[in-house]
Design a protein. Structure first.
Length: 332
């Protein structure tokens, strides 16, 4: 079942049991500017939007389908879709569909959008000067609330990036889950980019003179919001580049550590190989003269000490050969 919230500039927020969709148009008569927020729209809402409000059929279908960023003008209403931050525990984004007709603003969404809470406060505290600018100013306030919702998030992302960069360049301690933290930061930046780019596209379309989507007295506010969206895009891109650079640096450090480890392992294997190569002929000599056989020419080679001398000569010859080939240069 759809969750409805109704706000008017004359009566403030109206209790949910004081109105219905069927009699909504009669309820809002003489209430000034009106904002209807619809959460989890159902078939009754679709019927209301199509039949009672007479909104364009394709726009209504977008609300119940996959809505992309849009800024459209129809005969007697306007339709805007902008991406905003979702209210769950993860940093996700979701589309918010906005219908503007006469002095009425209707938002339709499928998830919790924190920015709408901020907009509700602005709507209720608007003064006569704000209301004199018309419903287009309330549309600006709605889009501005979505933009402002990202300011603390981007600030936190900046702090997280600085913290991760410190960890990468801190050789005194090993930090677990560093790469996972960088990937999670990149994911957050991708979600933020979806919203700020959507906001940028909407404000750019609203400012087109040929579209006539907003009144002239609100253009300067939308232009400020457009400049803010550009600044957000630059911040997101800078943070994304910083996260990519930090990740590459981390991976380079890991590769360098692996290279150093492999080099040490190579030195150890080289040392063991040289020792094994030297011991092999000595073991052969010792094995031959150690056989229990009376025919061995032990006395001819000088007995025990002669055999030891032969073994030492073999060892010196092999060490000299290894040294000339440069195989002993890296041994310490």
């Amino acid at each position: 079942m759809a969750e409805l919230r109704l706000y008017t500039t004359e009566s403030g927020r109206m209790a949910a049991d004081s109105f219905t969709l069927k009699g909504l148009l009669e309820t809002i008569q003489g209430q000034g500017m009106v904002w209807l927020d619809i959460h989890q729209p159902d078939g009754e809402v679709k019927e209301f939007l199509s039949t009672d409000m007479k909104f364009d059929e394709l726009a209504v279908d977008d609300v119940f389908g996959h809505a992309d960023t849009a800024s459209l003008r129809f005969e007697d209403h306007r339709f805007i879709v902008v991406t905003a931050r979702d209210g769950d525990h993860r940093l996700d984004t979701a589309p918010v569909a906005v219908f503007v007709k006469d002095d009425m603003l209707i938002t339709v969404r499928h998830t919790e959008i924190p920015a709408l809470t901020t907009f509700a406060r602005r709507f209720l505290t608007s003064d006569e000067e704000d209301r004199a600018l018309g419903i287009d100013y309330m549309l600006y306030e709605l889009l501005d609330a979505i933009a402002d919702d990202w300011s603390p998030i981007l600030g936190q992302i900046s702090s997280d990036l600085d913290h991760l960069e410190f960890r990468v360049f801190d050789p005194s301690q090993h930090y677990d889950d560093l790469l996972e933290g960088l990937h999670d930061l990149k994911r957050k930046l991708r979600e933020a980019n979806k919203s700020v780019e959507s906001l940028h596209a909407v404000t750019m379309r609203l400012l087109k003179p040929t579209e006539r989507l907003i009144s002239e007295n609100v253009e300067r506010y939308i232009n400020d919001l457009h400049q803010l969206s550009i600044a957000f895009i630059k911040r997101v891109n800078n943070y994304s580049n910083g996260a990519t650079s930090t990740r590459d640096t981390y991976l380079s450090n890991i590769s360098l550590q692996l290279s150093e480890s492999n080099a040490k392992l190579t030195e150890v294997m080289t040392t063991l190989t040289i020792i094994g190569a030297i011991m092999l002929p000595l073991t052969l000599i010792a094995g031959i003269f150690g056989m229990n056989n009376d025919d061995l020419p032990i006395e001819r080679v000088g007995g025990f000490w002669g055999i030891i001398t032969i073994m030492l000569m073999f060892a010196v010859i092999m060490l000299t050969y290894f040294w000339r080939r440069g195989w002993l240069n890296n041994l310490r």
